[in-house]
Design a binder for this molecule. Structure first.
Ligand SMILES: NC(=O)C1=CN([C@@H]2O[C@H](COP(=O)(O)OP(=O)(O)OC[C@H]3O[C@@H](n4cnc5c(N)ncnc54)[C@H](O)[C@@H]3O)[C@@H](O)[C@H]2O)C=CC1
Ligand SMILES: CC(=O)[C@](C)(O)C(=O)O
Ligand SMILES: [Mg+2]
Ligand SMILES: [Mg+2]
Length: 347
């Protein structure tokens, strides 16, 4: 473990230097890793593990689009691709990568295959933390571990193929074998993590649900929409409103934030912009703080989990989500965005 100073707070981080790929492979050489679910995280993690030299099999329902996707990705039926139950019985480590709602309906099928000494692996603290709602209560004689990549499974795979990596958090909920922590770390390295930050299941899911509803996805769209509306209602054209709300942020300013922090991005803007941003960010913080506090309370009370389970358990959940995404896509702001993207100089 390397001790790193995060803004004055010391934390332990696992690095690839202390736990190299070779060590991870050696540690898991007798394990069969069964990846159940082939949505977004499933392919990213399974392909990275396979390419890193681990024994991986996929469990999917036959005659499903994701079965075909797995075949197209090179998994071979009867060799490395099986029906869910067969994969679960063969696996010594079960990576449970169905959607959080899907995990609930599959749990009774999976549970009998969790025999003594196996490991149950999640990429989210959801199922375990909200066990009152999910009914996911693992047997006492299996390890229960978590590795949660800090980003989309698509990015996990892309960054791996580019020779880079994505950081992940990891956690142990239950150590039945005495090697749960090592198993989690080895898997974290195997799926393509660069650094591994230790957490627990509850903190992982509370922070993840807050982040995606908040500044990563929900709040950002809300702020974009509010500013766009202000500009439009004051007579600005769609292209002007979109450029000043989204395009400049993603194309020019966020890469600078990613590279060297907010003050660095500010320092590379005009002194006029710096004056305004330094004055106004606090007003936006004060205005949104109550919403973030309400959000966290809703997460901690299990209300966000309940809503997610209820809406993603219906048979037509995918159609309904797609319908809402279509509304977003067809809004004037994002239609303006589509036109603006076509005019990027590199296109
Ligand atoms: N999407 C991402 O990149 C990230 C996801 N995670 C976590 O990883 C896990 C997997 O997430 P995703 O890959 O996004 O899942 P997903 O939403 O893409 O679903 C994965 C698979 O579950 C299947 N599924 C859904 N309901 C089912 C049911 N009732 N029975 C059988 N199969 C069903 C879907 O067909 C799909 O193939 C979740 O715990 C999620 O919170 C963690 C970090 C990022
Ligand atoms: C990609 C990720 O980490 C999210 C946003 O939390 C998720 O997909 O659930
Ligand atoms: Mg996340
Ligand atoms: Mg999430």
């Amino acid at each position: 473990m390397a001790t790193i100073n995060f803004g004055g707070v010391l934390e332990e981080v696992v690095t690839r230097e202390e736990f190299p790929m070779e060590k991870a492979r050696e540690f898991l050489k007798d394990e069969v890793i069964a990846v159940i679910g082939y949505g977004v995280q499933g392919p990213g993690q399974a392909l990275n593990l396979k390419d890193n030299g681990f024994n991986v099999i996929i469990g999917q329902r036959k005659n499903s689009p994701t079965w075909d996707k797995a075949v197209a990705d090179g998994w071979v039926p009867g060799v490395s691709l099986f029906e869910i139950e067969e994969a679960a019985s063969k696996g010594t480590i079960i990576q449970f990568l169905l959607s959080d709602a899907g995990q609930i309906s599959l749990w009774p099928t999976l549970k009998p295959h969790l025999t003594a000494g196996k490991a149950l692996y999640f990429s989210h603290g959801f199922g375990i933390t909200y066990k009152d709602q999910t009914g996911i209560i693992p047997p006492a004689d299996v390890d229960v571990i978590l590795v949660a990549p800090k980003g989309s499974g698509t990015s996990l795979r892309r960054l791996f193929l580019a020779g880079q990596g994505l950081n992940s958090s990891f956690a142990v909920f239950q150590d039945a074998t005495g090697k749960a922590r090592q198993r989690a770390i080895a898997l974290g390295i195997g799926v393509g993590s660069g650094y591994l930050f230790e957490t627990d299941f509850r903190k992982e899911v509370y922070s993840d649900l807050t982040g995606e509803r908040g500044s990563l996805m929900g709040a950002i769209q809300g702020i974009f929409a509010a500013q766009y509306q202000t500009l439009r209602s004051n007579g600005h054209s769609p292209s002007e409103a979109f450029n000043e709300t989204v395009e400049e942020l993603t194309q020019s300013l966020m890469p600078l934030v990613a590279e060297n922090g907010m003050d660095w991005m500010y320092a590379n803007c005009s002194t006029t912009a710096q004056r305004g941003a330094l004055d106004w960010w606090k007003k936006f913080k004060d205005a949104t703080q109550p919403v973030f506090d309400e959000l966290y309370a809703s997460v901690a009370a299990g209300k966000e989990a309940a809503r997610s389970i209820a809406s993603n358990s219906t048979t037509d959940y995918r159609e309904k989500l797609n319908e809402e995404l279509r509304e977003l896509r067809e809004s004037e702001m994002w239609q303006a965005g589509a036109a603006v993207r076509k005019l990027r100089p590199n296109n």
